[in-house]
Design a protein around this ligand. Structure first.
Ligand code: BEZ
Ligand code: FE
Length: 291
């Protein structure tokens, strides 16, 4: 076995038995090296990752400077992660991977309500409310009356479903970012009644930018992409015997619907916010898939 050195150096014999790796054969070598583990699924996933990563490097003829920049980017992404800030999930969101994993992992009934991203503003510690409560926290904005119904794929009401809602204010801020606001607002946990319904009043949510002061924001600007999410109401519904639904409702007149930076908009999740003298009203039925 020999290695061809550039002109001027003659062929130099390699140590017997050493594999002769080049830009093609290195992929097989890495795959072989990882093929002895006992976890079959890990082997499948890592193997595909190595193949695609190597193909990617070859396809774009990645330079050392570009690879160093990528590693610097991923390092900064990790360094920004704390219990309150998950820059890696945001990266997954803006690369469309979050929604792709959801699409692949949940091949649900076509009549069931579609999922969307969870986002970083859900809180485990949120107040519980009775139907009809005002969750606006007294913040200024267009009053919004919301009536939600939860049914199964046969159209039968789902009583006792836990319905979480959360949203931003009329300036696009979630409660933790509203200056001068103490505690929770514009979020809460409801339970559906015997007829599968619940309701609340709040203020209409405005569009807002994804957190863009970190490496993901820099990536978005470098790629000429908008960081603005269309205004939305987050909804997460859990009920025994059903798949958990994590979704959101957008408004049909929102100027940012077409370019959601996290690809969370689906046609079926665009709703009409009806205008009334006292404000706006939103009525929506969610269809849960059996687990
Ligand atoms: C959100 O809607 O809260 C959100 C989702 C994904 C990334 C950033 C924000
Ligand atoms: Fe949101």
């Amino acid at each position: 076995m020999t290695v061809d050195f550039p002109a001027g150096h003659g062929p130099v014999p390699t140590l017997a038995g050493m594999p002769d790796l080049d830009e093609k054969t290195i992929t097989e070598a890495v795959l072989r090296a990882g093929s002895h583990g006992s976890d079959e699924r890990l082997g499948t996933v890592l193997g595909a990752l190595v193949r695609h990563l190597h193909d990617f490097v070859r396809e774009v003829s990645l330079t050392e400077a570009e690879w160093a920049a990528a590693i610097g980017f991923l390092t900064r992404t990790g360094q920004l992660c704390t219990p309150d800030r998950q820059e890696f999930i945001l990266l997954s969101d803006v690369l469309g991977v979050t929604m792709l994993v959801d699409a692949v992992a949940h091949r649900r009934s076509p009549t069931a309500t579609e999922n969307s991203v969870l986002g970083p503003f859900f809180r485990e510690h949120r107040p519980s409310f009775e139907a009809g409560a005002d969750i606006s926290g007294g913040l200024p904005g267009t009053p919004l009356s919301v009536q939600l119904t939860v049914v199964d794929t046969d159209g039968a009401p789902v009583p006792g479903a836990a319905v979480d809602v959360w949203h931003a204010d009329s300036a696009g801020h979630y409660d933790s970012d509203v200056v001068g606001l103490e505690g929770a607002a514009m979020r809460g946990l409801f339970h559906t009644s015997a007829d599968g319904r619940t309701s609340f009043t709040t203020i209409s949510p405005a569009p807002y930018p994804i957190p863009d002061d970190g490496p993901v924001g820099s990536l978005m600007r470098a790629s000429g992409r908008s960081v603005m999410r269309p205004g939305h109401l987050h909804v997460r519904i859990e009920a025994p015997g059903f798949s958990t639904l994590t979704t959101m409702l957008f408004r049909e007149d929102d100027p940012y619907l077409e370019n959601d930076p996290v690809f969370g908009v689906k046609g079926s999740l665009v709703a009409r916010y009806e205008t009334h003298e006292q404000g706006e009203a939103l009525r929506h039925s969610f269809v849960l898939d059996r687990a």
